[in-house]
Design a protein. Structure first.
Length: 204
C-alpha cells in the first residue's frame, strides 16, 4: 500500500508478529496504570478535601469542590476506560498470535477470566463515582441533604481503591500470559526478534 507523508511517497507495511518494520517501542502497562490510578485517587482526594472545607462554610471551596468533583468523575471514567481498552486490545492480540503461530487455542482462555475480573469492578467504581457527582449536584442546588452525597462520595473513593487492586492483579496476570505466549513464539522461531510482538501486545 502506498501513502504520502509530508508530500513524499512512502510504502506502508503493517506491523506483524515476525517483522519489526515501523514497530513502536513497548509501553509497559503496569507503570502506566499505577500512574493513572494515582492521578485518579489524587483527584478524588482533592475533591473530598474541598468538600469538607465547603462544609465548614468556605464559599470559595464550595465552588471549587463542584468543579473539581465533576472533573474527578471524568478522570475516573477515563482511567478505567484505559483498562477496558487494554484488555480488549490484548485479548485480540492473543487470539491473533495463537491463530498465526498455531498455538493451543486454550491459551486464550485466561483472557476472558481477566476481563471478567476487571470489567465489573471498573464499572462499579465508575458508577459509584458518577452517582456521587450527581448527588453532589443535587446537594449544590439544595435538592437533597448533605448526608447522602457525603456517604456515597466516601463509598466511591473506597471502591476506587479496592478496584485498583483488582485491576492491578488482572493486568499483572495478563502480562504474564503475554510473556508466556512470546516465549512460545520465540521458541518456534529462535532467530526472530519479538520486539514488535511485544509492542503490539502491550501498547494501549
Amino acid at each position: 500500500m502506498t501513502r504520502y507523508v509530508h508530500g513524499r511517497k512512502s510504502v506502508y507495511r503493517p506491523i506483524s508478529l515476525t517483522t519489526n518494520h515501523y514497530a513502536l517501542p513497548p509501553l509497559p502497562m503496569l507503570p502506566l496504570f499505577l500512574g493513572l490510578t494515582l492521578v485518579n485517587l489524587a483527584c478524588l482526594g482533592v475533591a473530598g478535601w474541598l468538600g469538607y472545607a465547603a462544609a465548614r462554610g468556605n464559599a470559595d471551596a464550595r465552588a471549587m469542590h463542584t468543579l473539581v468533583g465533576a472533573l474527578a468523575a471524568l478522570v475516573c471514567v477515563g482511567v478505567h476506560c484505559v483498562v477496558f481498552t487494554y484488555f480488549i486490545a490484548t485479548a485480540k492480540w492473543v487470539r491473533h498470535a495463537i491463530a498465526v503461530k498455531r498455538l493451543d487455542p486454550a491459551l486464550a482462555g485466561p483472557t476472558r477470566s481477566f476481563k471478567a475480573q476487571a470489567f465489573p469492578a471498573a464499572l462499579l467504581a465508575m458508577a459509584a463515582t458518577f452517582a456521587a457527582a450527581i448527588l453532589g449536584a443535587a446537594r449544590d442546588t439544595g435538592m437533597i441533604a448533605r448526608g447522602p452525597h457525603h456517604l456515597l462520595a466516601i463509598a466511591a473513593a473506597a471502591a476506587n481503591i479496592v478496584v485498583a487492586f483488582v485491576e492491578y492483579r488482572a493486568i499483572a496476570r495478563n502480562g504474564r500470559l503475554i510473556d508466556d505466549l512470546l516465549a512460545r513464539i520465540e521458541a518456534q522461531q529462535p532467530t526472530t526478534t519479538t520486539t514488535t510482538a511485544r509492542a503490539e501486545a502491550d501498547v494501549v
